[in-house]
Design a protein around this ligand. Structure first.
Ligand SMILES: O=C[C@H](O)COP(=O)(O)O
Length: 250
């Protein structure tokens, strides 16, 4: 709210085929999407250029990498660099997703290093933060996200091209969506952190989006919250209902 453009990311994760990706793009292209919402689709790396080309000319819809390596080039088998994304015309990258942190053991500092490198390469970044169930039960949610954000802020001073995704790990892919109140509480804490750390004007323009079992049936209530500026959608971004989530504010 407060003049921030609504933002909906579709993170396809490691799902789909060339055919299914093309079909999803057709669904997006044929839908009437809210022109006040910025949409970013993050297909698997091997489908990035295909999806980018298929979406070319579609207004308000861009593509994103799901991860990137901070070095520009070199002997890093299997990695794609921030510079290569930029060179390929991919304007966004998701960094610090909880699956990168938990499955691939990426640390707060690595996420911060990648975020700095991506911004330096000219990309925009969706940086993900969020607590585990254990941390929530210990009342640590805000401490955890603040720790994760502080690591990024140690390396990144200008947050103009950063979107923060709050994704409680216990809500990802589980069907257990955070209630609107639970999500708003952490989003407000993130905005307060941003105001203290980055200044009031940066905090007011920072988009803080929610991720974790967002679906057509729960997106509208979440979208009414003051500090929820959009969504990062996983499972539902692989279905036609994604377009209803994009239109959550209509
Ligand atoms: O990046 C997206 C999030 O991990 C949420 O995934 P999900 O909507 O399947 O819970």
């Amino acid at each position: 709210m407060a003049g921030r453009k609504f933002f909906v990311g579709g993170n396809w994760k490691m799902n789909g085929t060339i055919e299914s990706g093309k079909k999803l793009v057709e669904t997006i292209k044929s839908a009437k999407l809210d022109s006040n919402t910025e949409v970013v689709i993050a297909p698997p790396a091997i489908h990035l250029l295909l999806v980018k080309d298929a979406l070319s000319g579609v207004e308000h819809v861009q593509v994103s990498g799901q991860n990137a390596y901070h070095k520009a080039s070199g002997a890093f088998t299997g990695e794609v660099s921030v510079t290569q994304l930029q060179d390929a015309g991919i304007p966004w990258v998701i960094l610090g997703h909880s699956e990168r942190r938990t499955v691939f053991k990426e640390t707060d500092d690595q996420t911060a290093e990648k975020t700095k490198a991506a911004l330096d390469a000219g990309l925009s970044v969706i940086v993900c933060v969020g607590e585990t169930l254990d941390e929530r039960e210990k009342n640590e949610s805000v401490n955890v996200v603040v720790r994760q954000l502080n690591a990024v802020a140690d390396q990144v001073k200008d947050w103009t091209k950063v979107v923060v995704a709050y994704e409680p790990v216990w809500a990802i892919g589980t069907g257990k969506v955070a209630t609107a109140e639970q999500a708003q509480e952490v989003h407000a804490a993130i905005r307060k952190w941003a105001s203290d750390k980055l200044g009031q004007s940066a905090a007011e323009s920072l988009r803080i989006i929610y991720g974790g079992s967002v679906a057509a049936k729960n997106c509208k209530e979440l979208a009414t919250q003051n500090d929820i500026d959009g969504f990062l959608v996983g499972g539902a971004s692989l279905k036609p209902e994604f377009t209803e989530i994009v239109n959550a504010r209509l």
